[in-house]
Design a protein around this ligand. Structure first.
Ligand code: CP
Length: 312
């Protein structure tokens, strides 16, 4: 397989297993490029990309911008907080205005689930979903699986426990899709109130006993409690959450085997994970961030190749 089966990256749900392997192989090449003394290649010299962020972001926004600049694309950045969205402009009008400036690709983070799918139906540009509400965060799942592959040699057959606020997590849903497509076994663990009712329909088992889940897994992906998406209390107190589902060094060292610890960021240190665990050799949190640039370069390159083909 030498090209993606899709023209947009809207969610992992729409990718084939071979698409993911192609993205990983391409990211291997770009990882080598970004570790050279000259980190830039001219590959996307004729491509203009708009980064549209309607919701806060640190890692994803910086990582996409760096990936675009490493590929020599022209980049424009848009943040809703300082835009005419504040004056009532609609998503379509905002994007059409930006596209009138001859933009080829749009990277978009939006609070509404399905915003990327909606946009892809209405505008003539390649869309990359950088997180849509509690729905999907495809490049995060790709970089997470790539980081597991890097640390453990492969994803197939590995046991991954996703812990915490599954209900509000686009990272969880995209990871479940990606891990299953790559042949990993997935369980989730967290307070019952933060596990979606439809989880069994995704072929995922729930492990209510966090300790048992940790003893089962090769990798624990510790999610952040997303207070900003909660309109009611889902657990009594943060202290109780941490007592039941927080990962500390004593617990980590008492497990049957040495596991890999992941976190998509931003971390609530002392809530879902202690500082000692986050900064330990078993945590690959900063590897995930580094791999994010290579993965995003791969996605941009592969989608831009399809635009360039259509133009030829
Ligand atoms: N992991 C992640 O999406 O982080 P940001 O919200 O900072 O982009």
């Amino acid at each position: 397989m030498s090209e993606l089966s899709v023209n947009h990256l809207l969610g992992i749900k729409y990718l084939k297993e071979d698409d993911i392997h192609l993205i990983f192989q391409t990211a291997d090449h770009f990882k080598e490029v970004i570790n050279r003394s000259i980190k830039k290649v001219p590959t996307l010299r004729d491509i203009t990309i708009a980064n549209l962020f309607f919701e806060n972001s640190t890692r994803t926004r910086l990582s996409f911008e760096l990936a675009e600049k490493r590929l020599s694309a022209d980049v424009v950045n848009f943040s809703a907080a300082s835009s005419s969205v504040k004056k009532g402009e609609t998503l379509i009008d905002t994007v059409n205005n930006i596209l009138s400036m001859k933009v080829d690709m749009v990277v978009m983070r939006h609070p509404n689930p399905g915003a990327g799918v909606f946009l892809a139906k209405h505008i003539n540009a390649s869309i990359i979903n950088a997180g849509d509400g509690a729905h999907e965060h495809p490049t995060q799942a790709l970089l997470d699986c790539y980081s597991i592959r890097e640390r453990l040699g492969k994803v197939h057959g590995k046991k991954v426990l996703i812990v915490g606020d599954i209900l509000h997590s686009r990272v969880a849903l995209s990871n479940i899709f990606a891990l299953q497509k790559l042949g990993a076994k997935v369980k989730v663990s967290g307070p019952k109130t933060l596990i979606p009712k439809y989880i069994d329909k995704l072929g995922v088992e729930v492990e209510t006993d966090f300790r048992k889940g940790l003893d089962w897994c090769d990798v624990a992906n510790m999610l952040r409690v997303q207070n900003e998406r909660m309109d009611i209390s889902y657990f009594p107190t943060t202290r109780e959450y941490t007592q039941q589902f927080g990962l500390n060094m004593e617990l980590l060292k008492s497990l049957k085997q040495e596991i890999v610890v992941m976190h998509p960021g931003p971390i609530n240190r002392g809530v879902e994970i202690t500082t000692e665990v986050a900064d330990s050799g078993q945590a690959i949190i900063l590897d995930q961030v580094e791999n994010g640039v290579a993965i995003r370069m791969a996605v941009l390159y592969l989608l831009a190749s399809k635009i360039q083909q259509d133009e030829d």
